[in-house]
Design a protein around this ligand. Structure first.
Ligand code: PRT
Ligand code: ZN
Length: 300
């Protein structure tokens, strides 16, 4: 009897700020998917991986209830879900296993520009509008503050103008939405970025091996994003100085050059961006024939 193939289900945001990045990352890990993104499920064509396209707020629940094995979602949503479950006396059955370095934002308190803020004590006996009731209440409790939280499912920033709140607690990235609404950021409750969460239910050896493989590939994809391969010629006497100037590189490869003992070729993977200034400094230290190449894949 054939044993059915074990497939991994990954919950990804259907439409929103995280969608393109999430799918692009998985494609860079080698996954080819059917492109019918208006459907609930995208099937992996070359790997036993399927994507469930859902609202971001549903992702921690789907992973926690073991409908999906993995999910890609903002840490703000994960933390809010964890605190909501905790307040119902339940435990979030998911673990955060990987930070993805996109979707960066912060959950902040903001006040109308004319309002004075001197720290959490200024929140005492005020009303605060938010979609993040769990995180806000946790913050107020930790700071021993009595304040009323007013739930808004969206457009939180208009609450003070409507006379519904004194402060707001919302996600901020550039700050331009706050500014456009006459609000000033006064405190940061948490920093957030997209993360991978995994169900705490045991996956079985075959599925866990596949999850580990995806994570190893994700690691490679994230590492090469900023990485560059740099090649140059250097006088032997300047090697130490040149090595120090190479940004984020460990041990460069040093190769002899045909027909000369004074000069060598240096090859190095730099795990940070290589700026013009760096190249100019390397040249000033005696380097020549400088070449900077993008790195496509890396496996540590
Ligand atoms: O439909 P669905 O429920 O799936 O999507 P959504 O509308 O709830 O979420 P979406 O797509 O807006 O955001 C998804 C995730 O992106 C969030 O959970 C965060 O983890 C992350 N993220 C990063 C942000 C922002 N930056 C962000 N700036 N999410 C929302 N914003 C909003 C913020 O709420 C405010 O209205 O953008 C506005 C502020 O932006 P700035 O640049 O003006 O400061
Ligand atoms: Zn949402």
């Amino acid at each position: 009897m054939d044993i059915p193939e074990q497939r991994i289900q990954i919950a990804v945001q259907k439409t929103g700020r995280l969608t393109e990045h999430s799918i692009d990352l998985l494609e860079r890990c080698g996954l080819k998917i059917t492109k019918s993104r208006d459907q609930l499920i995208c099937y992996g064509e070359n790997m036993p991986i399927d994507l469930l396209l859902v609202r971001d707020d549903d992702i921690p629940g789907l992973v926690s209830e073991d409908v999906c094995d993995l999910g890609i979602v903002g840490l703000n949503i994960v933390e809010e879900k964890r605190l909501n479950l905790e307040s119902e006396g339940r435990e979030g059955l998911f673990k955060q296993i990987y930070e993805l370095d996109f979707g960066h934002c912060r959950l902040s308190l903001a006040a109308p520009e004319e309002r004075e803020y001197a720290g959490p004590e200024s929140l005492e006996n005020t009303r605060i509008a938010t979609s993040y009731v769990g995180i806000l209440n946790d913050y107020l409790k930790k700071n021993n503050i009595n304040a009323e939280t007013v739930y808004f499912s969206g457009a939180v920033e208009i609450a003070p103008k409507l006379g519904r709140a004194d402060y707001i607690c919302d996600l901020v990235s550039t700050g331009s939405t706050l500014k456009a609404n006459g609000l000033t950021e006064v405190d940061v409750l948490m920093d957030s970025e997209a993360v991978v969460i995994q169900t705490q239910a045991p996956l079985g050896d075959e599925k866990q091996a596949l999850v580990d493989k995806i994570l190893q590939r994700l690691d490679g994809v994230l590492q090469v994003r900023e990485s560059k391969y740099i090649m140059l010629h250097a006088p032997r006497s300047a090697l130490a100085e040149i090595r120090d100037l190479l940004p984020g590189s460990e041990a460069p490869t040093v190769l002899p050059l045909d027909g000369t003992d004074d000069k060598v070729a240096v090859h190095a993977v730099c795990r940070e961006n290589v700026f013009w200034e760096t190249l100019e400094n390397l040249k000033a230290a005696g380097a020549s024939s400088l070449l900077v190449l993008p790195v496509e894949k890396m496996l540590a």
